[in-house]
Write a protein that binds this ligand. Structure first.
Ligand code: IPM
Ligand code: MG
Length: 370
């Protein structure tokens, strides 16, 4: 049996709590004989800074490079507000994305039927929602140079960030989006601000040409990023796959998360190119939510986004689609039974702690073992 190497990076805040629930799921699949997993743990974010003075150590970067998949929970918190910018907790995550060339960030926003009433929007607006946001993850204003604050010497400072995209970066994320769309609703909405930004002009041009050349069987639409934000809360079911840059993707995926009821529900996959020799690709899986320091250590965190991220690893890294389907179904059934963590609880629901939610999903998985 193939052995899959997993690197677990629990990070800070609620990270270790939600990661502990994923470990239960990993153990459950391993004991069923679905696959063999070899897991190692590393430090990233504030906890890595406390231990090594860096947001991730070279040793842990090496483990990340050797892993078949990385499971990453969350980083940051007020404790590290004053640390130097280049070793702040988020720098660990950004280095993992950049050094491993994880340019394609897949953020599915699915509204489980049982949670339609947990959304801040009307149930009929979100019921049955199934969107895939494809966010470019290694370019744009996150990484563009120059990126600095200059002292102008007259009592003024100037801050500069650089939004920069090359043709190949737009093309490869476009391909990811079109390929995904072919196996879903066959529609891609590309989003930028070409009315204000040169990078938006090029983005639009490259997407249009790629579509015409290789993907004319897929429907392509363009929406300016501000308008798309509005449409996401007005009528989100018009979307199938949304493809956009690093910064717009960051913002729009937080918005999409709330459509599904809670930021605690959204998983994500960050993928590199498939290596033609091994047939494998570098991949990191993480919830869209952050470290939520205000609720850390209280058993209040929702582990579903983290567990769903492992589900994406089963699908996109290990080809274990049946196991991934079972995990998704187990989550849906636990929710349909009325079990809820605090973030998604409505009238009449049973409140579960982080650990109880994980246990309930494991128990459901047990019932579907064949
Ligand atoms: C995300 C997060 C990160 C980002 C932070 C933690 C650097 O918000 O993954 O959406 O901005 O990409
Ligand atoms: Mg974000």
């Amino acid at each position: 049996m193939t052995i899959f190497k997993l690197l677990l990076l629990p990070g800070d805040g609620i990270g270790p709590e939600v990661m502990a629930e994923v470990e239960k799921i990993i153990d459950c699949f391993a004991s069923e004989g679905v696959a063999k997993f070899e897991t190692e743990k590393g430090l990233v974010g504030g906890c890595a800074y406390d231990a090594h003075g860096k947001a991730i150590s070279e040793a842990d970067m090496a483990l990340a490079g050797a892993a078949d998949a990385i499971l990453f929970a969350a980083v940051g918190g007020p404790k590290w507000d004053g640390v130097p910018y280049d070793v702040r907790p988020e720098a660990g995550l950004l280095r993992l994305r950049k050094d491993l060339a994880l340019y394609a960030n897949l953020r599915p926003a699915i509204c489980y039927p049982a949670l339609a009433s947990a959304s801040s929007l009307k149930p009929e607006v979100v019921e049955g929602l199934d969107i895939m946001i494809v966010r470019e993850l290694t370019g744009g204003v996150y990484f563009g140079e120059p990126k600095q604050i200059i002292d102008l010497g007259n009592g003024q400072k100037r801050a500069i960030d650089t939004q920069v995209y090359d043709t190949f970066e737009i093309e490869r994320i476009g391909r990811t989006a079109f390929e995904l769309a072919r196996n879903r609703g066959n529609k891609v909405t590309s989003s930028e601000k070409r009315n204000v930004m040169k990078s938006g002009v090029l983005w639009h041009e490259v997407m249009t040409a790629l579509h015409k050349r290789e993907y004319s069987d897929v429907k392509l639409e363009h929406q300016l990023a501000d308008a798309l934000g509005m449409q996401l809360v007005r009528w989100p079911k018009q979307f199938d796959v949304i493809v956009t840059d690093n910064l717009f993707g960051d913002m729009l995926s937080d918005v999409a998360a709330m459509l599904t009821g809670s930021l605690g529900m959204l998983p994500s996959a960050s993928l590199g190119d498939v290596d033609p020799k091994s047939g494998r690709r570098k991949a990191l899986y993480e919830p869209v939510h952050g470290s939520a320091p205000d609720i850390a250590g209280k058993g209040l965190a929702n582990p579903i986004a983290m567990i769903g991220s492992f589900g994406m690893a089963l699908r996109y890294s290990f080809g274990l689609n049946a196991a991934a389907d079972r995990l998704d179904a187990a989550i849906a059934r636990v929710l349909a039974d009325g079990l809820r963590t605090a973030d998604i609880r409505g009238d009449g629901d049973r409140l579960a702690s982080t650990g109880e939610m994980g246990d309930a999903i494991v128990a459901e998985l047990g019932r579907s073992a064949g």
